[in-house]
Design a protein around this ligand. Structure first.
Ligand SMILES: [Zn+2]
Length: 471
């Protein structure tokens, strides 16, 4: 039995899918106007792992994660970059896939984009208008929160309290300060679409109600996202979807905790963020993934490099034990009945403890602790265990890695099996170039750099060392 912490209930509940054996999941994706930072990466890794665990537990999972590809921030970025909103979105969607691939995140079954769902968005706004849940003012359409009885049920906020502190801002045409835009009339120079209310574009929240319905139906299993999305985004998604359909929107709401820096939430607006690609220059993607999963998804993570270094060491220990197991499973050494029995017991303990930890609201921290305990058993008993026992242990480790997805070493993209030798050759080439530079032989140094570039390899001259990367 899998228990999940449902934000709607405020406690853990048994997970019962809508359709037996199947899980439908929707997770809010990024607004693509910049590279993602570590705080953005956390929900991506968390829900990828939850999705992977459902598969491990035998469920058939449909996973949808959207891209917000039209938004004020994208329009502003297009103006800064003297580009178009769609070119900005394309650029950062490509960068997103590049970044999360390093974290071993699987692609969603569908990655819908707002701009590809305008007819469905307009249809839902029309439906809300027809039901009296929304109203139009000069080309803007607003959701009327007072007409939706359950407004505030996810975040536990009371509409009266919210109204007490809220004011309609100058320039807004709302009847009620908590009403929110479903459709915004076009402003000059902004991307816009034809609608029954004139040219315009959708508000932010409507897209997730529309795209989850499109791919998963009116009532689906799990809606995920960062805790910062609970209000207003998810509250508004519920209001829109339930006012239109009349039935419960998502059955379970899962939210991950923040990443903090010196106890402050990592965010673009506070300026205390680290781009994932900056971190990936210093640490491999599997270490970053391991670091994120080493804390329960609802707990905060306070970020610093030192903790990533500790994560790298811990993961290294697990990986070495895994590689030893792999080696011994191919070529067992000597067998001893009591060591073999101990190894078999350890394998069974891992199988149970891992499932128990993950069944309890996806406690990856405890699941990893169980793997860690198992590595001790490998180091102590594997050399004296029998081939069948080792094969069984290896098979389990590989199955668990389908969930955790950072234990098995990943071959570097494009290099493959020869990467270790290429690494040694690159060290040699860099050394030869450094010797040329020390002799002020700039011609040779530049020749090596340019010739490597022609081979698709870039050198970066750092303060303390020269690094190389594929381009
Ligand atoms: Zn959303």
């Amino acid at each position: 039995m899998i228990q999940v912490y449902n934000t709607m209930d405020g406690h853990k509940v048994e997970f019962v899918p809508r359709d037996a054996g199947k899980v439908s999941m929707y997770v809010c994706g990024p607004t693509v106007y910049n590279y993602i930072h570590l705080g953005n990466a956390r929900p991506i890794v968390v829900f990828d792992t939850i999705r992977r665990y459902f598969k491990y537990a035998g469920y058939d999972v449909t996973y949808v994660q959207n891209f917000t590809d039209v938004d004020d921030k994208i329009i502003n970025r297009a103006q800064e970059e003297q580009s178009t909103a769609s070119a900005v979105a394309e650029k950062y969607i490509a960068a997103y896939f590049e970044d999360v691939r390093a974290l071993n995140v699987l692609k969603a079954d569908v990655h819908p984009r707002v701009t590809e769902h305008m007819p469905q968005i307009i249809a839902l706004v029309e439906q809300l208008l027809a039901r009296g849940a929304a109203y139009e003012v000069n080309g803007d359409v607003y959701f009327a929160v007072e007409n939706f009885q359950d407004y505030g049920k996810l975040s536990g906020r009371d509409l009266e309290d919210m109204l007490a502190g809220a004011r309609v801002r100058v320039g807004e045409q709302k009847r009620n300060p908590m009403d929110f835009a479903l459709w915004k009339a076009a402003k000059p120079g902004e991307p816009s679409w034809q609608s029954p209310w004139g040219e315009g574009r959708p508000g932010w929240h409507i897209e997730c109600s529309v795209m989850s319905k499109e791919y998963l139906g009116d009532n689906f299993d799990i809606h995920g996202g960062g805790a910062d999305l609970i209000f207003p985004h998810h509250e508004n998604e519920i209001a829109q979807a339930e006012a239109a359909s009349g039935c419960t929107f998502a059955r379970y709401w899962l939210h991950n905790g923040f990443i903090t820096v010196n106890d402050e939430k990592m965010s673009k607006s506070l300026g205390n963020f680290f781009l994932l690609r900056e971190i990936l220059e210093k640490f491999p993607g599997d270490v970053v993934r391991f670091y994120l999963l080493n804390t329960h998804y609802r707990s905060p993570i306070d970020f610093d490099d030192e903790k990533l270094q500790i994560a790298a060491k811990s993961l290294g220990r697990i990986r070495n034990a895994y590689l030893l197991l792999q080696e011994l499973a191919e070529q067992p050494e000597a067998s001893d009945a009591s060591a073999d029995a101990a190894m078999r017991r350890a394998t069974e303990t891992l199988r149970c403890c891992f499932a128990e930890a993950m069944d309890d609201d996806f406690n990856t921290a405890l699941a990893i602790a169980a793997i860690f305990d198992y590595t001790k058993a490998i180091n102590t008993y594997a050399r004296q265990a029998e081939a069948a026992t080792l094969a069984d242990g290896l098979q389990l480790m590989e199955a668990l890695d389908e969930v955790i997805a950072c234990i098995k070493p990943q071959p570097a993209a494009g290099i493959g099996a020869n990467d270790e030798m290429i690494g040694r050759l690159m060290d040699l080439i860099i050394e030869v170039r450094q010797q040329a530079r020390q002799k002020k032989d700039w011609g040779t140094a530049d020749y090596i750099r340019d010739a490597l570039k022609d081979c698709g390899i870039a050198l970066e001259d750092g303060a303390d060392a020269v690094r190389w990367k594929l381009i």
